[in-house]
Design a protein around this ligand. Structure first.
Ligand SMILES: [Zn+2]
Length: 251
C-alpha cells in the first residue's frame, strides 16, 4: 500500500479528530473523563443524533445552534475542527508519505497542547510524555542514524529549560517556566534533534515577546512583570515550524 494513500483519508478525518481534540482541550485540564458515552449538547444535555455531529457541516446547517434547544453552540467547536484540518493541509503542502502521516499526528498533538496552555497555563503530562517517546520512535523508524542526535537533543533541552526554570525560581521565588515547558522542550529535542533546538528557542521567544507586546497594546495596558505567559503555546509553534522546514541555516 503506497503511503500516499493516506493523504485524502487523513484530510477527510481531520475535522472529526478536531472535534475530539476540542473535547480533550476542555476536559483534560479538569481531570474529566475523555470518553463519556454518547455526545450531548453542552447546553441542554440532549443526546445528539449522528447527523447533528458531522464536523463543520452540522454547524453550518443548523447555523451554530443546537437542534433541540436552539441555544448557540460555542464557536470553539467548529474552530477546533477547522484548526485540525488546517494542520493536515499545511503538512500536506510540505511533506509526503510516512512523514506526512507522522506530521499529522504531531500537528494534532501540538495544536492540543498550544490551546490548552493558552487557556489553562498547563501542559498535561498525558500529552507531553507520549510526545517524547513518539519523537524518539519516529527517528528510530525513519532515520536511525540520527537517533543519538535526537536523544542528546532531548537531554540537552531538558537540562537547558530545567536549569533556567530552577534559576528563575531561586531568584524570583516564583515559577516562571513550568515543568510542562521543560517536558515539551525535551519532546522538541526528541523530534528535531540537538541541531534544531536553537531555532525553536529563537522562534518561540520572539513569538512570546511579540504576542505579549501586541496583546498589551490591544488591551491598552503596560506589560506586567508578573504576567503569565503561555510559553508552551509558542514552543509548540516553534517545534511545528522547525519540524516542517528544518533549522535556520545560520544556527
Ligand atoms: Zn441543546
Amino acid at each position: 500500500m503506497a503511503p500516499e494513500f493516506y493523504n485524502p483519508l487523513l484530510i477527510l478525518i481531520s475535522p472529526f479528530i478536531g472535534s475530539f481534540l476540542g473535547v480533550v482541550i476542555l476536559r483534560l485540564p479538569l481531570g474529566e473523563r475523555l470518553v463519556t458515552g454518547r455526545s450531548k449538547c453542552p447546553e441542554c444535555s440532549h443526546i445528539l443524533a449522528f447527523w447533528y455531529m458531522i464536523p463543520l457541516i452540522s454547524y453550518v446547517l443548523w447555523r451554530g445552534k443546537c437542534a433541540y434547544c436552539a441555544k448557540r453552540i460555542p464557536a470553539f467547536y467548529p474552530l477546533m475542527e477547522i484548526a485540525a484540518l488546517l494542520a493536515v493541509l499545511w503538512a500536506a503542502l510540505v511533506t509526503t508519505g510516512m512523514v506526512f502521516v507522522i506530521s499529522c499526528l504531531l500537528g494534532w498533538a501540538l495544536l492540543t497542547l498550544a490551546v490548552i496552555d493558552w487557556r489553562n497555563f498547563i501542559l498535561p503530562d498525558a500529552i507531553t510524555l507520549p510526545l517524547i517517546v513518539g519523537g524518539l520512535g519516529m527517528i528510530a523508524l525513519l532515520n536511525p542514524d540520527r537517533l543519538v542526535l535526537h536523544l542528546v537533543g532531548m537531554v540537552v533541552a531538558a537540562v537547558i529549560l530545567g536549569g533556567l526554570s530552577y534559576l528563575y525560581g531561586l531568584i524570583r521565588q516564583r515559577e516562571g517556566l513550568g515543568q510542562g515547558d521543560v517536558k515539551l522542550f525535551a519532546a522538541a529535542g526528541a523530534w528535531v534533534g540537538i541541531d534544531g533546538l536553537g531555532t525553536i528557542l529563537i522562534i518561540s521567544t520572539l513569538l512570546a515577546l511579540l504576542a505579549t507586546f501586541s496583546l498589551g497594546v490591544i488591551e491598552k495596558k503596560s506589560p506586567d512583570r508578573f504576567q503569565k505567559i503561555p510559553f508552551g503555546s509558542y514552543l509548540s509553534v516553534g517545534l511545528w515550524l522547525t519540524w516542517l522546514y528544518g533549522p535556520l541555516s545560520l544556527l
